[in-house]
Design a protein around this ligand. Structure first.
Ligand code: SF4
Ligand code: SF4
Length: 371
């Protein structure tokens, strides 16, 4: 069955600017139906790593906030802490970065709640019993919200080919240790030279797999591989970067793991989720880098839907139908050629869509309805 994806182009005219278009899309896609009066509505956004200018701008997100408030529910802006040590790996730096990027209350008209808390440990373990994960670790504020509206910057992505709703929903809702589990199956090891035996990781290890040893007057922690369950908690706990983060997952498996996380978020939100993809500033890479390259196609517009698969499929299709802009894109510039596979050559982006459809998160078939 085909799902409806509503679309407004990026052109602004007198009396019909992007603010108006966002509000019209909200109505056309009936997103008021995904929440009730007095619900806590999570607006899953990406605040942008400082230095990156590709993220969806706060004054655009405010339009969605105002629509939710118009229907008497309580929106809040949320994201989870990053696995890598950048400027958003704990809630203090994350909120500071968000405010620096313009997400002040006075601009967005809603509070920011970092979903997995101060250090990424406030998550809820959701049972999903899928191929890669039996349980997934979803940021607490996202899991406990009544409804979710996912607002994504549609762009290229170095790990998944393209990044849209599924990536923002799945990877973006996982706690820090959940992100480590998506990125790698390899068990962590401790670098003895960097370890000062502070024992913080021991307190957080759920499997009692870490012990402190003493050798030649040096004290250090060591992981017992037989006991370790690969939960990733220690990697995100050590303040001295003595436990390396593993980033070794293959692109196909990574995409499927992200989809399983998206499945986990939606498990308690049947008919309580809506999606926006912003096809503006369509840059080649993720918004997690502290820089962004120039776009590889011109601004296209904004999409809204209740189907996370259809909206991403429609996003990829519409980008690929456009003429490419030279920059990172050096081939496949013609309309109809695959721009994402040209920029990120070894990544088959279709995997995330196929797997999401297989898990019944939505349909790759869609009706594009111009608003
Ligand atoms: S938290 Fe880091 S420094 Fe402290 S014992 Fe564990 S590995 Fe060593
Ligand atoms: S990955 Fe989990 S189980 Fe293994 S040592 Fe680290 S905290 Fe313990």
């Amino acid at each position: 069955m085909s799902s409806d994806v509503f679309f407004a182009d990026a052109r602004s005219r007198s009396g019909n600017n992007l603010f108006t278009k966002i509000k019209n899309l909200f109505e056309a896609a009936n997103l008021k139906d995904v929440f009730k009066k007095d619900d806590f509505v999570a607006l899953k956004v990406h605040f942008g790593e400082p230095g990156n200018l590709g993220y969806v701008k706060p004054n655009l997100i405010r339009q969605i906030v105002e629509k939710i408030k118009e229907y008497k529910a309580h929106p809040f802006l949320t994201d989870t802490n990053t696995l890598y040590v950048g400027q958003r790996s704990n809630a203090i730096n994350h909120i500071k970065s968000a405010i620096e990027n313009g997400f002040a209350y006075s601009v967005v008209n809603a509070p920011i709640i970092i979903a997995d808390g101060l250090t990424g440990k406030e998550y809820y373990e959701v049972e999903i019993n899928q191929n890669y994960f039996k349980t997934v670790k979803i940021g607490g504020a996202i899991h406990h919200s009544d409804s979710i509206i996912v607002v994504s910057h549609f762009k290229g992505h170095e790990a998944t080919g393209f990044g849209g709703t599924l990536k923002n929903l799945g990877m973006g809702s996982g706690s820090r240790s959940g992100k480590q589990m998506m990125h790698s199956d390899i068990l962590p090891t401790i670098e003895i030279e960097k370890c000062n035996a502070c024992a913080k990781c021991i307190r957080w290890c759920p499997a009692n797999a870490i012990q402190v040893f003493k050798d030649n007057n040096q004290k250090y922690a060591k992981i017992d591989e037989k006991k370790c369950i690969g939960c990733g908690e220690c990697t995100v706990t050590c303040n001295y970067r003595a436990i390396a983060i593993n980033w070794k997952e293959e692109a196909d498996v990574l995409q499927k793991k992200i989809v399983e996380y998206a499945y986990g978020v939606l498990k308690n939100k049947e008919n309580q989720a809506g999606y926006f993809n912003f096809l503006l500033d369509i840059t080649p890479d993720c918004d997690c880098t502290s820089w962004n390259d120039i776009p590889f196609v011109n601004d296209i517009g904004i999409m809204a839907s209740k189907d996370p698969v259809a909206i991403d499929q429609a996003g990829v299709d519409i980008v690929n139908q456009k003429i490419g802009l030279e920059g990172r894109l050096t081939e496949n510039l013609k309309a109809g050629e695959d721009k994402f596979r040209s920029i990120h050559k070894n990544i088959n982006w279709e995997v995330q869509l196929e797997y999401a459809e297989k898990l019944k998160l939505g349909s790759r078939k869609y009706n594009l309805i111009e608003v």
